[in-house]
Design a protein around this ligand. Structure first.
Ligand code: SF4
Ligand code: SF4
Ligand code: SF4
Length: 246
């Protein structure tokens, strides 16, 4: 019998789920051959409560989301955070720099009184998370890797080293040489440094490596005449929650 898989969205743009649907037909058929998807709001209309693996997209930013997530955790044997919002809080945590009243008024204006909000947080701040599919959006190829590992009863092989390693393997010129900042030295690899290869820099969407060498990042900044503040500004886009925990 194929394991039943459910996808759920919390506070998110739903881009991670959308990207799952962007898998090639062959990859989707492979996935559907291995598991039975019983909840996936963006793709199917049926709903079921007897799933074994739950993929959670989005962060938690309302009180009402907490019991909903806890209920999913109780049901799922395996819970996987899907994407930056779920894994590290992501862009939703930018509002945590404001008071919640100010955040509500900024977004909803006079209608703010009809809404509630709490500081945004990743899924693992509320319930235990078994595995992560990282990135903004989450990489569908990594999702396939995680599903395959789960089916084989293995731990998925997700890199613990920094983006710089893949960036150098891709043959990129380091953006520090061009006077820009980059979070590659402290960000978890697994994306093949796609942003640098595409002509930009790393914003840190895959979250920090397990033991980020912050001193080394500062040393790199100093070497190129840049300030830690210039890096912190980039760091905040995805990693506000981690920053607040320090
Ligand atoms: S991680 Fe990015 S793509 Fe995924 S839900 Fe959050 S903002 Fe959207
Ligand atoms: S700092 Fe950024 S651009 Fe430089 S090697 Fe690392 S990931 Fe690549
Ligand atoms: S290079 Fe950085 S920002 Fe771009 S996908 Fe990789 S981790 Fe995310």
């Amino acid at each position: 019998m194929k394991p039943k898989v459910a996808f759920f969205d919390f506070t998110s743009c739903e881009g991670c789920q959308l990207d799952v649907l962007n898998l090639t037909a062959a990859e989707l058929l492979d996935l559907l051959g291995a598991v039975e998807i019983v909840n996936f709001r963006e793709a199917i209309s049926n709903r079921a409560d007897d799933y074994a693996i739950a993929f959670i997209e989005g962060s938690i930013s309302r009180e009402s989301e907490i019991p909903r997530l806890q209920k999913i955790r109780e049901q799922a044997k395996v819970l996987v955070a899907l994407g930056a919002c779920a894994s590290i809080g992501g862009v939703n945590c930018l509002k945590n720099h404001l008071s919640m009243d100010d955040a509500l008024r900024t977004v909803y204006g006079d209608a703010a009184k009809y809404y509630d909000t709490i500081p945004a947080r990743p899924i693992n701040a509320v319930v235990p998370v078994d595995f992560y599919v990282r990135g903004c959006p989450a990489q569908p190829e990594e999702l396939i890797k995680v599903v395959k590992a789960l089916l084989l009863g293995k731990k998925p092989d997700i890199p613990g080293f920094p983006v710089c390693t893949e960036c150098k393997m891709a043959g990129n010129i380091c953006v520090f040489e061009l006077g820009k900042t980059c979070l590659g030295p402290v960000t978890r690899a697994g994306c093949n440094a796609i942003c640098v290869t595409g002509g930009r820099h790393c914003w840190g969407c895959r979250g920090l490596v397990d033991e980020p060498n912050v001193d080394s990042e500062k040393e790199v900044l100093r070497k190129y005449g840049l300030t830690p503040e210039q890096a912190v500004e980039k760091f905040r886009i995805y990693n506000t929650y981690a920053e607040a925990k320090k």
